[in-house]
Design a protein around this ligand. Structure first.
Ligand code: FAQ
Length: 317
């Protein structure tokens, strides 16, 4: 079968909602697009542990500490499923890490903002996990089987994360005036960066058209951003805090919220490495990688020993 026939058959499978599995034929660019997106997604999960990890030792109670610790560990687990999913496509894990540490690989812009108060733990759970769920639920139907299956478990865990974040916000908003002001301040700082998580506007998105054709993305960046605003605006009303956007208002005709212009210059600055915490994030990940070298060496030595042991045993049989 020639390449054109293979591509036609491949597209027919996608159009009939048949999952593509690791050993199936796929166009090179489909493979590269997935390794790029899954790799960036995996990096986002493990870099995303840092802003919240910052508050584990300062959580205001044992109950809060346990929930936050569990959440941060969940993010590590998500990173691991995702690196494994990228490996099923031929992605090399060490190479992906090299690209992260050298600043070449991207990860979500949101994790380059600092977490200044405890209320930021509420805002991240509510807004950042809320945005992640909005973006990842459609990925459960992604055409690539291992990625789609990983997303099912990830989304279940992200839903718990969002609940715990919203509950932190609920308690703060019903608390003292200072606590409510802290919640408002966290919303002020995390609102616009959360909208940026969905990526550039559709007119400037380089990958959306092809990724939609291949069933990797089911919705465009702007469609998902709009859904997010429509979900969060009534929740902010319920909490009694104000979204920092004077142009935000319900549109009776479109049955959606209209909202103000996003600062795309800020977005691209952060993506290019010039956000408030980019350098700290990369430095923390690089340090963790270097300090974990002995664990990787020990695991490899153990695996090699096991291999020799099982080969000798099977020869003896
Ligand atoms: N930050 O053409 P598009 C989480 C890049 S997980 C940085 O629209 P695409 C869990 C993009 O890579 C959050 N870069 O690209 C958690 C591309 O660059 P390239 C992460 C961004 O791929 C919660 C260029 O701009 N989620 O939060 C961003 O079709 C709490 C052009 O953009 C995922 O990764 C950005 N925000 O659409 C953890 C989900 N946006 O590669 C801890 C999977 C775009 O050409 C605590 N990924 N870029 O050099 C996706 O759905 C997609 O990749 C998009 C971008 C929607 C992110």
């Amino acid at each position: 079968m020639n390449v054109i026939d293979l591509e036609t058959r491949f597209q027919e499978k996608i159009d009939s909602d048949i999952r593509i599995e690791p050993r199936d034929w796929m166009p090179d660019n489909y493979r590269h697009t997935l390794i790029r997106q899954i790799g960036q997604h995996a990096h986002s999960e493990i870099v995303g542990m840092l802003p919240e990890g910052n508050w584990i030792t300062r959580a205001p109670s044992l109950k809060r500490k346990v929930a936050l610790l569990a959440k941060v560990q969940d993010e590590a687990g998500h990173g691991l499923y995702l690196y494994s999913a990228a490996e099923t496509l031929g992605g090399d894990r060490d190479h992906m890490f090299e690209e992260l540490h050298s600043g070449k690989a991207k990860y979500s812009s949101i994790f380059n903002y600092p977490t200044l108060t405890w209320a930021d733990m509420g805002a991240i759970g509510w807004l950042v996990d809320g945005a992640a769920i909005q973006n990842q639920i459609p990925l459960c139907r992604c055409s690539y089987g291992p990625y789609a299956r990983a997303m099912i478990r990830v989304c279940k865990e992200e839903s718990f994360h969002q609940r715990q974040g919203f509950e932190i916000m609920t308690v703060l908003c019903a608390g003292t005036p200072i606590q409510k002001a802290m919640a408002q301040d966290a919303l002020n700082r995390f609102w616009w960066p959360s909208l940026m998580m969905f990526g550039p506007p559709d007119a400037e998105s380089t990958h959306t058209a092809q990724s939609k054709k291949w069933g990797i993305k089911r919705f465009t960046n702007d469609e998902l951003r709009q859904r997010f605003v429509d979900m969060i605006a009534p929740q902010a009303d319920h909490l009694g805090i104000t979204i920092p956007d004077p142009d935000l208002k319900w549109n009776e005709e479109t049955k959606q919220y209209d909202f103000g212009e996003i600062d795309w210059t800020e977005f691209w600055q952060v993506v290019k490495g010039h956000g408030p915490c980019n350098k700290d994030r990369i430095a923390a990940r690089t340090k963790a990688w270097e300090e974990g070298a002995w664990v990787r060496e020990a695991a490899l030595a153990y695996a090699e020993k096991q291999q020799i042991h099982s080969t000798t045993k099977s020869k003896a049989v």
